[in-house]
Write a new protein. Structure first.
Length: 463
């Protein structure tokens, strides 16, 4: 469809991170934007302040009248998390509106742009955000759709109507990334995840093969060096690898930590670029930065530009996000919701703060993921010194008999661990001697961040 002919955009599930990026994108282009979400939260409140009209009841009568008057100029976008019996979704479908999934709209936007798509079961938000930051500062600029809020811009989208470059976080859930039209693809990882969609790891790998296959002849593929990529798919592509270790096409050299920052040089296929710095904690973020620098380098950006702008990247909300650091109390919030991500996050915190005792609060996300990875979650969480488990956040799923946070708890053997409700959480924490606290999860655990920070501030003030 021709998106330029659209005057109004209505989003069902507007408060999701991917949907809110589209809302902001179309709003910045001067379209009228409105939507529905199940509950008001900080992100939807920000959208409303930016001019997006939002309501929180599934009632077609609440849809603003301009969005029901011209079907040909109105686009309806929905997220797969919306149930099939949703009244507003069925209203638009039954009345002949153009109704598309978020991923289909992303595909349409990418069709006529030079698209740099970042895929992977973990790491893609950080990599795509750093790429977007680097390109945004360049003369070419970019449009970017990101899975997290970049602190530099307090937004998950960058809009430049004059730029033909698009950076897209390519989501494997629901095979969404197969709608994109990439010119360059970055693949960070291919781990078993979303088994409610893919059922097994082989199916996931086939989907990533199909994603790579969407690159045009002489398109660029940049992938982590430990990934086994089918050579038949890449035979007509320009293929490069990156890693934290030597042996890849791009890797860091002379990596050191000084004054809370990483310093390193970047080895490329042609030469070594010297003198980079990154203030994000954890070697996993150094590796993410290597991926982003490599993609930007392959896009044509030079050393001086990359050096200057990487150092200004401030990070992403809910990615190793330091919320409080006073009076020997440290609090970090992170979006990690897969066992591999949890391991990376905890290991990164230990690397920067090796002498601190770490208390972790984890909210499992999805019944199916909890069922499929209970043992792996327990192993990752045992990297903590102490664990508090919250109840499962169901997201799009209905309960599965016999599946609760207890199936993780029962396999945690080597550290103190317990289950608590969100209502009990602050009381539990207030009675603890906290050195380092980390909240982990992709559900509504983010609603606890501000209360926990306020509790710590009160404790310090009372000392």
């Amino acid at each position: 469809m021709n998106l330029e002919r659209i005057n109004r955009v209505y989003l069902i599930g507007v408060g999701g991170i991917g949907m809110s990026a589209l809302a902001r994108y179309f709003n910045a282009l001067g379209k009228e934007v409105a939507g529905y979400d199940v509950v008001s939260k900080p992100l939807t409140q920000k959208l409303e302040r930016e001019g997006v009209i939002i309501h929180y009841e599934d009632e077609p009568d609440l849809i603003p009248s301009p969005f029901t008057q011209n079907k040909k100029r109105t686009l309806i976008i929905y997220t797969p998390a919306i149930p099939s019996d949703h009244k507003e979704l069925n209203f638009f479908t039954d009345h002949g509106y153009t109704v598309l999934k978020r991923s289909q709209v992303m595909g349409e936007i990418s069709r006529n742009k030079r698209c740099l798509a970042v895929a992977g079961t973990h790491g893609k938000t950080t990599v795509s955000s750093i790429i977007a930051h680097l390109l945004h500062q360049s003369d070419s600029g970019c449009n970017a759709f990101l899975g997290g809020v970049v602190k530099n811009y307090q937004s998950n989208v960058l809009v430049n109507a004059k730029s033909n470059i698009m950076v897209a976080e390519a989501d494997e859930f629901d095979r969404s990334f197969l709608n994109l039209h990439p010119n360059m693809a970055v693949i960070t990882s291919i781990d078993a995840d979303h088994l409610d969609i893919y059922h097994n790891e082989d199916s996931i790998r086939k989907a990533f093969d199909e994603f790579i296959g969407r690159l045009p002849e002489q398109g660029i593929l940049l992938h982590h060096s430990n990934l086994k990529i089918n050579p038949q798919i890449t035979s007509k592509l320009k293929t490069y690898s990156y890693s934290l270790n030597p042996g890849a096409d791009f890797y860091p050299l002379n990596l050191t930590i000084r004054e809370g920052k990483y310093f390193f040089d970047l080895v490329t296929p042609e030469k070594t670029l010297e003198g980079f710095s990154l203030h994000l904690p954890g070697k996993v973020n150094v590796e993410n930065a290597i991926a982003a620098l490599s993609a930007a380098y392959l896009q044509g950006l030079g050393r001086e530009f990359l050096y200057k702008n990487l150092s200004t990247f401030q990070g992403i909300e809910r990615r190793l996000d330091v919320q409080f650091n006073q009076a020997n109390m440290l609090y970090i919030d992170d979006y990690a919701h897969h066992p591999a991500e949890i391991s990376y996050t905890i290991s990164s915190i230990r690397e920067f703060y090796p002498k601190k005792r770490i208390t972790g609060i984890f909210q499992p996300h999805l019944y199916s993921r909890t069922r499929d990875f209970a043992r792996e979650f327990a192993e990752s969480l045992e990297l903590l010194d102490e664990l508090i488990l919250l109840d499962i956040y169901p997201a799009r799923e209905k309960p599965i008999e016999g599946v609760s946070s207890r199936i993780i708890l029962d396999q945690v053997q080597h550290i103190p661990a317990q289950i608590a409700s969100k209502k009990e959480l602050l009381g539990l924490l207030d009675n603890r001697n906290i050195e380092t606290l980390v909240t982990l999860g992709a559900g509504d655990i983010d609603q606890m961040v501000e209360p926990i920070r306020q509790m710590m501030e009160k404790r310090v003030a009372a000392q």
